[in-house]
Design a protein around this ligand. Structure first.
Ligand SMILES: Cc1cc2nc3c(=O)[nH]c(=O)nc-3n(C[C@H](O)[C@H](O)[C@H](O)COP(=O)(O)OP(=O)(O)OC[C@H]3O[C@@H](n4cnc5c(N)ncnc54)[C@H](O)[C@@H]3O)c2cc1C
Length: 475
């Protein structure tokens, strides 16, 4: 009788789960477990209640999916190695299966677990599951690591057709059922918050989002994805973060769409695929350059002398900078735990290049708020915006918040939704109420906005800050 432990971490699904499938193929019984890791819970300051809530919903969904197969998903809390040792000793399991995780903490933890069990003669199997193509398989012709997205994408695409299709849903699962703790409540893990996520956890919710996106929106993705006021993106980021959907499922469906002979817009599908390749790229960077977790990828930009004004940081966090598109983005983040990619770029650029605040402050704040906070992508996004990253925005390219607003929220509908105090302003005023005020405060007041009372004056002058940023970056 071979008994195996299946250790779930960021793969909260039964469907096409590599570690689970491998365990099922080689074992008579499995014991699936999720561990609430004390090393993370007691030490990290980057908990986002929205993210934890999403994880708990996904765990509940996974627990139910297992229950339908008469399998108990074990929940336990403690240090992973200790919890696994106890479980292995108690059940006599002779193997442990899990899916690889590329964050530095996870890597260290998994290495310690592997070394320990291997020394005791227990098999350890770490499977590749989170990405389409393993970061170790993509190299330049000179066998170097890519640091620029476009050639990386080209090489990645050469292997796209080789990504395997999802494996069928496991029919029967034989398990050794034991019980430890109940699934904790949100309050057991982090402080409750007023965030109201629009995205629910669980594999069922992920599949529904994906099917809805495939039905139509994916075809308009290229032309609509940059407009925060439109529901044009997939909203799958938290599901990809927690593995409630298989990345191979996405790639397989995309392959079929690209092979279809109908005249539907393939550019939309290709653009969406490209965004998923950005995800692969940032994981690739984290895998090959784990130091990005702690600082600038570009050594020459590691020593920027940020101003780090705490009052500016507070205004940015609260969405009270006096720049409507920035404030709308930050308020969407605070209220829902998610914000649109265009807004992430705008608010990140504003923090670094208008407020002259260290991107790592913003990176941490995002992790404390996002439902989809994911080290590789968040770090990649911040280093891109701050120009310190691989293939980042050049430092002299500085977003003008007013122009971004006019371009991507032309009629101000998104701003009106999240900055309701400006809702009465006509489209032409809404992107920069201060410039109207400079001409005539009365004109603004006649639309129901008193600057300084209803809505803040801009905390900085973009033109002046731009010049300061350019100097700051020229080390
Ligand atoms: C400063 C900054 C921080 C970010 N932090 C995170 C984060 O913590 N977690 C996270 O999942 N994404 C992050 N992103 C990337 C991106 O903004 C989100 O993935 C996207 O907005 C999520 O919405 P969606 O699922 O509807 O995306 P869609 O547009 O539907 O894209 C589909 C998927 O492709 C991937 N993707 C999309 N855009 C990007 C991108 N620019 N870079 C890398 N992958 C991408 C994501 O996995 C996303 O779910 C960040 C971007 C920036 C600029």
């Amino acid at each position: 009788m071979k008994r195996s432990i299946v250790w779930h971490r960021r793969d909260l699904r039964l469907h096409d789960n590599t570690a689970l499938n491998q365990a099922l193929k080689s074992s008579d019984e499995i014991i699936p477990i999720f561990i609430f890791d004390d090393d993370i819970l007691n030490q990290r300051q980057d908990f986002s209640p929205a993210c934890v809530r999403f994880m708990l919903e996904s765990l509940e969904d996974l627990e139910q999916a297992y229950l339908k197969k008469s399998v108990l998903l074990v929940f336990d809390r403690g240090k992973p190695l200790e919890v696994l040792c106890k479980l292995q000793e108690e059940t006599g399991a002779s193997a442990i299966f899990f899916n690889e995780d590329y964050e530095s903490y996870a890597h260290k933890r998994d290495t310690a677990v592997s070394e320990h069990f291997k020394s005791k003669g227990v098999e350890v199997h770490a499977s590749f599951d989170q990405l389409g193509i393993h970061p170790k398989h993509i190299r330049t012709q000179q066998n170097n690591v890519y640091t620029v997205f476009t050639p990386f994408k080209k090489t990645w695409l050469n292997s796209f057709n080789g990504i395997p299709s999802p494996e069928p849903f496991p029919k029967d699962i034989k398990s050794h059922n034991i019980k430890r703790i109940q699934l904790p409540m949100l309050e057991d893990i982090c402080k409750a918050s007023s965030v109201e996520p629009e995205i629910s956890g669980g594999a069922g919710a992920a599949a529904a989002l994906w099917q809805a996106f495939l039905a139509e929106r994916i075809y308009h993705y290229k032309t609509q994805r940059d407009f925060p006021g439109l529901n044009a993106t997939s909203r799958l980021s938290a599901h990809l973060r927690f593995g409630t959907i298989s990345i191979r499922q996405l790639f397989t469906d995309i392959k079929s769409l690209l092979e279809e002979k109908t005249s539907k817009d393939k550019e939309g599908v290709e653009t969406f695929l490209s965004e998923l390749i950005w995800r692969e790229f940032y994981f690739y960077i984290l895998y090959h350059f784990p130091q990005v977790e702690f600082g600038s990828f570009k050594p020459e930009l590691a020593g920027i002398n940020w101003e780090n004004n705490p009052a500016f940081f507070e205004a940015w966090k609260a969405g009270q900078t006096g720049y409507p598109i920035v404030d709308a983005g930050m308020r969407q983040l605070n209220q829902t735990g998610w914000t649109h990619n265009r807004l992430r770029m705008i608010v990140a650029s504003f923090l670094c290049k208008d407020l002259l605040i260290d991107w790592r402050w913003g990176e941490l704040f995002f992790m404390q708020r996002l439902i989809d906070g994911d080290l590789a992508l968040n770090n990649g996004g911040w280093q891109w915006a701050a120009s310190t990253g691989t293939d980042a925005q050049p430092y002299f390219r500085i977003f003008n918040p007013e122009l971004q607003s006019k371009k991507f929220d032309p009629n101000g509908s998104f701003i009106r939704q999240f900055v309701p105090e400006l809702a009465g302003l006509p489209d032409k005023y809404i992107h920069n109420p201060y410039s109207v005020y400079q001409k005539s405060p009365l004109m603004l007041e006649s639309c129901g906005v008193k600057l300084g009372k209803d809505y803040p004056f801009p905390i900085v002058d973009h033109k002046i800050q731009r010049e300061k940023a350019l100097k700051m970056y020229k080390l």
